[in-house]
Design a protein around this ligand. Sequence first.
Ligand code: PRP
Ligand code: URA
Length: 204
Amino acid sequence: MAQLLHHPLASHILTHLRDKTTKPATFRTLAHQIGIMLALEATRDLPTGVKTIETPLEQIDGTVLEETLVVVPILRAGLGMLQPYTDLFPSVSVGYVGLERDHDTAVARSYYCKLPSVEGCRVLCIDPMLATGGSAVQAVQILKDYGATDIRMVSIVSAPEGVETFESAHPDVPVITAAIDRELNDQSYILPGLGDFGDRLFDT
Ligand code: PRP
Ligand code: URA
């Protein structure tokens, strides 16, 4: 079962992302803002360790992150969710998987891949739209083939059909999402959705 981000601010941001009158500059800001909330949700179970430090007053056993994080946006729309990870996690490494859906068949074609070392890392695959699930399934397979074992799939809007497809292909990879919408239309766009995320983000 997908892990749904529950927060009034997330619902507020989503409404403005969905609004067709929202212009690219605002759309980018909103994608960044909800991206921060999703990044925190997707990392709330990161392992931590103890680090003994001296405050100006006394010694304490503090808490520090133990696992290195790798974030992998699916190009191109995933780029709109990347900055929260580089802002929040000091030692994050960034990989890229380039996938593009064919307009007629909705089947994703891979055109680029560049990944850092993933050994011992939590790997977060980020893509705002999980529609048929084809792109997410392919991207996560690429990450597994590369050696990743601790993976999360993070999206902003998902279709129930896509979540089901993804979970059957990768039952070991949790999906974290801000919304599970009603259905896909005949062109495999999410309803009510928000349209083509990449086009709205980059004004194409
Ligand atoms: C969009 C989106 C996902 C994919 C989701 O990308 O960002 O990657 O579609 O659809 P799926 O679940 O049916 O595979 P698109 O292929 O339009 O490319 P873009 O990011 O370059 O706009
Ligand atoms: N990709 C998008 O950008 N939007 C959809 O609704 C489906 C796939």
